[in-house]
Ligand binder design. Structure first.
Ligand code: AMP
Ligand code: MG
Length: 358
């Protein structure tokens, strides 16, 4: 698509006492009310927002991102009063989860109202809704006075943006404004939980873990599609290649010494074929890889002892490989428990199924 015009950048003054009266946020909210698209920070990644009650406004999101029309958007609310505008029914377990995790990185799939623009839900009779845990996002939605539909603010297929600069690189000239509120905290998207089935099912792993959900509502299923890697996922968006860097990426799992030996052999071969090479490691392994003769760039993506730090830095690292023009990337795998479930899901998508167990 051609560029559509100038993109304003509103930098939020972090020292402001009350975000609600912050002029940059008020200006961004006016653009939302006028049916425009504005990128804004949440606690997970940057979102690309428009009035969730207007098909005309929401259509601009799909256009700016180049997002397929069958992939529904998440609706963000700024106060509990807005929930009934989008969800027709809120069953008991949903209430319990809301009390435990909102505002926070948990999207609940619920029966939708007629008010929600049909483009938001891609024609489904359910809607994904959450309240983000970010003061700038909450102030923006409250000031706009309408729920805001927002996917991640990247061009379709690119890693999600965790800074305003990532958004600018992908979408400058294609959206009305970027509200810059600094880096996001969680770094991977929200957990998407379907509450219209019994037991509730995780459609996308994310910032709230399966273990945390089970502590509140008991049994929680996981869409078999991303455990087996074969079936068609129930969440329309999960079938698309996401988060991918431009280079060819491989993911290697297993015992540490064997993983290192396998990765070293792969990198040596890639180097011999004339490719530039990168390693996605952690604080624990990065020195080893930086000193390795077959490695051009080794990045430390958080610490193996804190998978939240890995989640926070993952997309930034993938983008860095692109910026450096790395053609062949090998990544170390992580355990799939807790936050590791979301991290491994994103890594597998980034690697497009190139997974080795040694
Ligand atoms: P993104 O907007 O890029 O964070 O992606 C949103 C994710 O939530 C995608 O995987 C969507 O397919 C999923 N999603 C949103 N709404 C629904 C819904 N009503 N039913 C199932 N999945 C949904
Ligand atoms: Mg996305």
């Amino acid at each position: 698509m051609d560029k559509t015009g100038e993109t304003k950048v509103f930098v939020v003054d972090k020292n402001v006492e009350d975000f609600q009266s912050c002029s940059q946020i008020v200006d961004a909210a006016r653009l939302i009310q006028a049916g425009e698209v504005v990128a804004f920070p949440t606690e997970t990644v940057y979102g690309l927002g428009a009035n969730a009650l207007s098909d005309e406004a929401v259509e601009k999101i799909y256009k700016a991102k180049g997002r397929p029309g069958d992939n529904p958007l998440i609706v963000h609310i700024g106060e509990m009063a807005q929930l009934s505008m989008v969800a027709r029914e809120v069953p008991g377990p949903a209430q319990q989860l809301i009390e435990a995790f909102w505002p926070g990185p948990l999207t609940l799939v619920l029966p939708k109202t007629d008010q929600v623009a049909s483009l938001v839900t891609a024609g489904l009779d359910t809607v994904g809704v959450r309240m983000p845990d970010n003061p700038v996002a909450l102030a923006l939605i409250r000031a706009a006075g309408v729920p805001i539909a927002a996917p991640s603010a990247n061009r379709s297929g690119r890693p999600s943006p965790t800074t305003a600069e990532h958004v600018r690189v992908d979408l400058e000239g294609r959206i009305a404004a970027i509200l810059d509120g600094g880096s996001t905290g969680v770094g991977v998207e929200s957990t998407v939980l379907d509450l219209t089935v019994q037991p509730p099912m995780i459609l996308r792993p994310g910032g709230v873990t399966r273990e945390q959900l089970q502590e509140v509502i008991g049994e929680v299923a996981v869409d078999p599609a991303f455990e087996a890697g074969k079936e068609t996922p129930r969440s329309p968006g999960m079938k698309y290649t996401h988060y991918a860097p431009q280079g060819e990426m491989w993911l290697v799992a297993g015992e540490e010494e064997r993983v290192r030996a396998k990765m070293a052999a792969m990198l040596e071969q890639a180097r011999q074929s004339g490719l530039s090479t990168g390693v996605l490691g952690t604080a624990e392994s990065v020195r080893f890889w930086r000193e390795h003769p077959s490695v051009d760039v080794a990045l430390a993506c958080g610490s193996r002892h804190d998978l939240h730090s890995v989640a926070r830095e993952l997309y930034g690292c993938l983008r860095q490989f692109d910026d450096l023009g790395i053609q062949y990337i090998v990544a170390e795998a992580f355990p799939r428990t807790g936050m590791g479930m979301a991290v491994m899901n994103r890594l597998e998508k980034a690697a497009g199924g190139r997974f080795l167990s040694v």
